[in-house]
Design a protein around this ligand. Structure first.
Ligand code: NAD
Length: 454
């Protein structure tokens, strides 16, 4: 019997769709079909592959509003964010399309001949995506993998398969070979695991929790399967006393409240130099209270609901009753709502200050000096992102070098651009996505020596 996954609107708890899960036998069929499609795709002229990807990008652009509204309904994203996300998929496809004809190997000087490196596609790539940014994160893997000549099997999260299914349909309608890009909805432990263990899948790109990432890494090790991991985070927002404190306090709320805090880069550890601590908190409280939380399809809303009841319970469990906190408002009634919350008396070693909450909850902690700030920032198993607020350029550079994280921003909270590299230090991940080398991550390098000896 086929299992079905119900997709709920997290703002209303209404069932919006029911999607059949892909069985391991169906995964096997999908892999074999994808392998055949990949051979056709890789044999096409690079310019033709690039043209088809650009057409796919144009179709995404043409369906931007529809895709955005689907994301609002299945993931509770605010409309403004969801529109940006659909546009991001278009941009990722265009950027990747531009790389098809630039995916060059090298010619390396050697005695007695010519040495060439060939960048060959891997074959069939499995992309396993989380629910927090269903569209962009899927496209981080799908777009460069296709551009590098691979077929892609995408397993979306159980709660958010709808935009993925729509994207695959658009690709097919625009003329990408049948079975080249397939979406396989289903549970992680069944459908996802079948993809990870299938000998016909050459690489897994996994974005999700560190816990599941470790399990997948162990399974991939059995076959030395290629693997990229984008995992959790507990990113610091370091505010030095010499910073523009008004600007730092104004920006701090959305740095952890965007997507209701369900963001791997969320700056959930706000570290503030002690001499500016009281002033910062005075400014932070009204900034948090002013964030409009509510119906995600309303254009004025800045924060929507959490994805599910399970996530709501998890977030609640981190915030003790009676904790001293700065709080914002949230709707009552149906939907998975949790108010913006900044704990002001959490211990630095407490679970809320060290574990990824994945909700609209941050802690604020004082530090003494630069060395203390760096020590606190690095006192975590994660290393995904971070922000540094200071007017001292030398300090900005020193601290950027000292913080062990893959994506830092100075006097800003920006982390992700499709043309700059993204990924984690420590237990936040393995490998990099996006950026100038995005396509190379989906190739094998083959070295060929050609003798010129007579
Ligand atoms: P999750 O690990 O529970 O699931 C992620 C995906 O893996 C889902 O599609 C799930 O079905 C699948 N899966 C689960 N168990 C599996 C298994 N045994 N084998 C194969 N697939 C399996 O994560 P989530 O709750 O969906 O997402 C939230 C997490 O993702 C957070 O920890 C967050 O930090 C992380 N994340 C990281 C990044 C990044 O780029 N570093 C980006 C977004 C989210």
């Amino acid at each position: 019997m086929t299992t079905e996954h119900q997709v709920l609107n997290p703002a209303t708890e209404e069932v919006v769709a029911s999607v059949p899960a892909t069985t391991p036998a169906e995964v096997d069929t999908a892999v074999r079909r994808a392998a055949a499609a990949q051979r056709i795709w890789a044999a096409m002229a690079p310019a033709d592959r690039a043209r088809l990807l650009r057409r796919f990008a144009a179709a995404v652009d043409g369906h931007r509003e529809e895709l955005a509204r689907l994301e609002v309904v299945e993931a509770g994203h605010t409309l403004a964010n969801a529109r940006w996300e659909a546009g991001n998929v278009r941009d990722l496809l265009e950027f990747a399309a531009g790389g098809v004809e630039r995916l060059s190997g090298r010619q390396i000087p050697v005695p007695g001949g010519i040495d060439l490196t060939l960048l060959e596609p891997l074959g069939v790539v499995g992309v396993i995506a989380p629910w927090n940014f269903p569209m962009p994160i899927a496209a981080w893997g799908v777009a460069p993998a296709l551009a590098a000549g691979n077929a892609v099997l995408l397993k979306p999260a159980e709660t958010t398969p709808l935009t993925a299914l729509r994207l695959a349909r658009l690709a097919l309608d625009e003329g990408l070979p049948e079975h080249l890009f397939q979406v396989l909805p289903g549970a992680g432990a069944e459908t996802g695991n079948a993809l990870v263990e299938h000998p016909g899948v050459a690489k897994i790109v996994f974005t999700g929790s560190t816990r599941v990432g470790k399990q997948i890494m162990a399974r991939c090790a059995e076959r030395v399967k290629r693997l990229t991991l984008e995992l959790g985070g507990k990113s610091p927002n370091i505010v030095f006393a010499d910073a523009d404190i008004e600007a730092a306090a104004a920006a701090a709320p959305m740095a952890f409240l965007d997507n209701a805090g369900q963001d791997c880069c969320a700056r959930t550890r706000i570290l503030v130099q002690r001499s500016a601590y009281d002033r910062f908190l005075e400014l932070l409280a009204p900034a948090v209270a002013s964030v409009v939380v509510g119906d995600p399809s309303d254009e004025k809303t800045r924060m929507g609901p959490l994805i599910s009841r399970a996530q709501l319970e998890r977030v609640r469990s981190y915030v003790p009753d009676g904790a001293t906190a700065i709080r914002g408002g949230a709707p009552e009634g149906p939907g998975f709502w949790f108010p913006p919350t900044v704990l002001t008396d959490a211990r630095p070693d407490s679970p809320v200050a060290t574990e990824e909450v994945f909700g609209p909850v941050a802690v604020v902690l004082p530090f003494e000096d630069e060395a203390d700030a760096v020590r606190l920032a690095n006192a975590t198993e994660y290393g995904l992102a971070g922000s540094i607020w200071t007017r001292d350029v030398g300090r900005a550079l020193r601290v950027s070098q000292a913080v062990q994280a893959g994506n830092l921003s100075v006097n800003s909270h920006s982390s992700v651009r499709y043309w700059t590299p993204f990924g984690g230090y420590k237990q936040s991940g393995l490998g990099r996505e996006l950026g100038p080398d995005a396509l190379t991550a989906f190739t094998e390098t083959k070295n060929v020596f050609i003798s010129t000896e007579a």
